[in-house]
Write a protein that binds this ligand. Sequence first.
Ligand code: HEC
Length: 240
Amino acid sequence: MKKIVTLALVTLVTTPIVLLADMDRCVSCHGVDFEKKALGVSRVVKDMNESEIKEALDGYKAGKGGPMKELMMAEVNLGVDTDAMSADIYHESRTKGFEEPSDEFIFQKRLNVRTLHNLKENIQNAEKKDMKKISTQIKATAFNMYAYDKALRTKVSFDEFKPKELTKKDILQTVTHVKKCVDHSFSVDEMVECEVEFFNLAGNLVKNEEKKIKAKSLKNKAPIFTGEGAVDIHQYLEKK
Ligand code: HEC
């Protein structure tokens, strides 16, 4: 039991987060609303739907594409989650003008998507005897969301938690839904709605943990990726 829990926490803390804050890199070739054929070669991304975009990105990730695929391979191989990226691109291509979400929002979104993705895989692979570990992982994830998201802290009401028995299917369904919800959120408010849903799930699995969660949230440090391409987000992190 200990092993998996530790693993999950390590994943939470060390997964490198590449901050692709600058969709403006794309603008130079694809146009402000992805309305151009990039370098006269690409399709007009604005005319593509989300799954076509994801397919193209997955292709680049796997080294496949058109004559100028190398260019795009460099973009996607920065370690992006193509689910989240295609949702971003689709949204951006349908929003007039260029509206860049804050670095802090992008950081939080990518962190959540990755974490929920790992959690989902763990749940899918879990057998009945593993469900206690899963519950611990869900709590750990909830701790993290709570620690890093100020907006969430104002929305969570511990009084409303009603611990109850949940099946693996219930849990998987909620986690899948929350991941999709986060993937498709483009503002702090939208994302907080998803996080609240996740928190309610965590609340169903725990009893009287308000103090623990709050105390832990004060100790937690965000995992910060500082390699090439990273954006300095220290300025956004609250001094605790
Ligand atoms: C230097 C120019 C350039 C930049 C910068 C660039 N792209 Fe591209 N993009 C291209 C080219 C050229 C293609 C077509 C590549 C090929 O031959 O497959 C392409 C293809 C694509 C496609 C698939 C379209 C198709 O034809 O199937 C998507 C989606 C895309 N880019 C998104 C992005 C995003 C998002 C960014 C920014 C993070 C970005 N691109 C940055 C030049 C660029």
